[in-house]
Design a protein around this ligand. Structure first.
Ligand SMILES: [Zn+2]
Length: 283
């Protein structure tokens, strides 16, 4: 019996040169996974002191995606962008103006990589997920807005990292997207709780963390969402986030129990990512 006719995509994975990287994705593949969206993150050994340094950071991420595509049966697509917490480190060391300029340059380099077809979205970008001084929050919002403007110009999504999504946060983002002229659906909220009903997410696209009952709750509201682990590939922090097998395991379990129909699986793992990122997903 072939139990799986649909692709299985993890919408938010990190890999590190010092981690398991390709080996982790082989494990993902064995569990039934077929596609990953590889999100950029700060890499050890790549110090960011100015905007142009982001080029080196993104190249590490793109290199890892290439390795996955060459050495496994899984297809990896990359997203690149200046990580929101990097801004705080830059500000502490070099002051607000240099930090903000550097983050903007990081956005521009990311947008250029999308334009040239090497990456599929600008992300993860956004603002710190913890409380910061108001001037830092304001600056983070300005930088975020600039990233959304570049995404609008390039015609790609942004993948957002920030505080926990609530309907209020989603409404704020939806209004910002409207102001910028970026389609609300091109704003992907990573690490989202199951806010699938558009009355709850206001058109922002949820990437739901595949933990516990979240996907069951998400399915009760519909199938307009993607699934993710936010796998960190940090061997010094095992269990800090969901394991790399989580998305395939949970998808197959929900499919076999009948909680996720075959149609839902195709929408979540194929049609949604195809539409949002304008990529082709084949099982
Ligand atoms: Zn992440």
């Amino acid at each position: 019996m072939t139990r799986q006719t649909f692709p299985i995509l993890d919408n938010h994975v990190h890999l590190q040169p010092s981690g398991l990287n390709v080996e982790a994705i082989k494990t993902f593949e064995k569990a039934g996974g077929t596609h990953i969206i590889l999100s950029n993150m700060p890499h050890k050994g790549v110090e960011i002191t100015k905007g142009m340094d982001f080029l080196e950071e993104y190249e590490v991420t793109l290199g890892l995606a290439k390795k996955v595509n060459e050495q496994t049966g899984v297809t990896a697509h990359a997203t690149v962008g200046p990580y929101p917490v990097t801004f705080l480190k830059l500000e502490q060391k070099y002051g607000l103006e240099h930090a903000e300029d550097s983050m903007r340059k990081g956005m521009e380099i990311a947008a250029e990589m999308v334009r040239s077809g090497r990456a599929i979205a600008i992300g993860e970008i956004g603002r710190p997920h913890f409380d910061v001084e108001p001037y830092l929050l304001e600056a983070s919002n300005r930088i975020l807005r600039y990233g959304m403007e570049l995404a609008r110009d390039v015609g790609c999504p942004v993948v957002l990292h920030m505080e926990t999504a609530t309907p209020e946060v989603c409404l704020e983002l939806a209004k910002l997207a409207d102001k910028v002229g970026l389609a609300r659906e091109k704003v992907v909220k990573h690490y989202s709780p199951p806010l699938v009903d558009t009355e709850l997410n206001h058109g922002i696209f949820p990437s739901v963390l595949a933990s516990g009952k979240a996907i069951t709750e998400a399915l009760e509201q519909g199938n307009r969402f993607m699934m993710e682990t936010d796998y960190l590939d940090d061997i010094t922090r095992p269990g800090a986030v969901l394991g790399i097998k989580t998305v395939p395991k949970r998808t197959i379990k929900l499919f076999e129990s009948g909680e996720m129909s075959e149609e839902d699986a195709f929408v979540i793992h194929k049609e949604n990512p195809q539409r949002i990122y304008e990529i082709c997903i084949n099982p």
